[in-house]
Design a binder for this molecule. Structure first.
Ligand code: SAM
Length: 287
C-alpha cells in the first residue's frame, strides 16, 4: 500500500496482518503526512544519497525515502514486520530490508559496501529506548556520516542542543556538540503516532562536522573529564574531578589546571563550554 502516512492506511495494514504492536521495541508508528514531509525535507535527501533508516516499521517513511534517495538500507529488528515491509516496498528496487538489531550491525562495513565509504545520511523515527546508544555509535563509531535526522523524545532533543548553565546541559549535550551541529526541525505531539507515546517528540538534525570544533588533545580523556564533572552535578568541578576513578588527579593539580584555564576555583562542570573542557583536557594532558 502507498501513502501509509495517513491514519486509515496504517490501521488497514495493522489489521490486515493482525499485527501485534511491540512496546518492547518502541513501536510508535507515524501517522501524520505533514510530519513525514518535515523529516524528509529536514534530512535534505537527494538522488545522490545512500540513506540508512533505523526501524522502518511498516515502511511509511521508507517509501518516501525510496522516492527521494538513490538507495535506502532499512534495518528492522522485528521479524514480524519483514513480510509487511516486503509487501509495502515491493514497488521500489532501491530499498534493501535488513532484519537485524541496529546495535549489532557493522554500519561502517555497510557504508563501505553500499556507498564506497562515502558519507551516508541517517533518517529515522527512532525507538526511544535506545536513542542515546544509537546516536552515540553513529557519531563516535567512525561511521562516514553526513547527518542524522531523527525523531527523538523531546526531552532528549533539548539535552542534545542545551547550552552551558541550563538544566538540560550535560554529557550528552557535549558529546553531540563535539561531533555535530544540532538543530530542531519540528515539535511533534503524541497524536501523530499509533499508539500515542507518553511523551512529546522532536525531529532533530545533527549535521556532522568534518572536524570537531575544538581540540581536546585526547578525546577519550576529555570525555572522561566530562563524565566525572556531571556524575556529581552538585559538586564543584574540582571536587568532582578529584577522586574520580580513572582520572588520577590530585586536588592541587586540578586547581592549578583550572587557574591556567582561567576558571574560578568554585566553578561547576555545568558552567563550562565545550571549548573550556577541551582547554582543561589539553592542560591536564601536558606532562
Ligand atoms: N519508522 C516507523 C514509523 O515511523 O512509523 C516505525 C518507528 S518506531 C518509533 C521504531 C521502530 O524501530 C520499530 O519498527 C521497531 O520495531 C524498530 N526497532 C526497535 N529496536 C530496534 C533495533 N535495535 N534495531 C532495529 N530496529 C529496531
Amino acid at each position: 500500500m502507498e501513502n501509509l502516512g495517513i491514519p486509515q492506511n496504517t490501521i488497514a495494514v495493522l489489521q490486515k496482518y493482525h499485527f501485534n504492536i511491540q512496546k518492547k521495541y518502541g513501536q510508535n508508528f507515524l501517522i501524520d503526512p505533514k510530519v513525514l514531509e518535515r523529516i524528509i525535507s529536514a534530512a535534505g535527501v537527494t538522488k545522490e544519497d545512500c540513506v540508512l533508516e533505523i526501524g522502518p516499521g511498516l515502511g511509511t517513511m521508507t517509501q518516501r525515502l525510496a522516492q527521494c534517495a538513490r538507495e535506502v538500507v532499512a534495518v528492522e529488528i522485528d521479524r514480524n514486520l519483514i513480510p509487511i515491509l516486503e509487501e509495502n516496498l515491493a514497488g521500489y528496487s532501491n530499498v534493501e530490508i535488513v532484519n537485524e538489531d541496529i546495535l549489532k550491525m557493522d554500519i561502517r562495513r555497510m557504508t563501505e559496501e553500499k556507498n564506497g565509504g562515502r558519507p551516508i545520511k541517517v533518517v529515522a523515527n527512532l525507538p526511544y529506548y535506545i536513542t542515546t546508544p544509537i546516536v552515540m555509535e553513529l557519531l563516535e563509531g567512525g561511521v562516514p556520516l553526513h547527518s542524522v535526522t531523527v525523531m527523538v523524545q523531546k526531552e532528549v532533543a533539548q539535552r542534545m542542543q542545551a547550552a552551558p548553565g541550563t538544566k538540560d546541559y550535560g554529557a550528552l549535550s557535549l558529546a553531540v556538540q563535539y561531533y555535530a551541529m544540532p538543530e530542531v526541525a519540528a515539535n511533534v505531539p503524541p497524536n501523530c503516532f499509533i499508539p500515542r507515546p507518553g511523551v512529546g517528540s522532536c525531529v532533530i538534525r545533527l549535521t556532522k562536522y568534518e572536524r570537531p570544533p575544538v581540540d581536546p588533545g585526547d578525546e577519550k580523556f576529555m570525555f572522561a573529564l566530562i563524565r566525572a564533572s556531571f556524575n556529581q552535578r552538585r559538586k564543584t568541578l574540582v571536587n568532582g574531578l578529584t577522586g574520580a576513578a580513572g582520572l588520577h588527579l590530585t586536588r592541587e593539580r586540578a586547581l592549578e589546571a583550572l587557574a591556567r584555564a582561567g576558571l574560578p576555583e568554585q566553578v561547576r562542570g555545568e558552567a563550562l563550554t565545550l571549548e573550556e573542557f577541551a582547554a582543561l583536557s589539553r592542560i591536564l594532558m601536558e606532562k
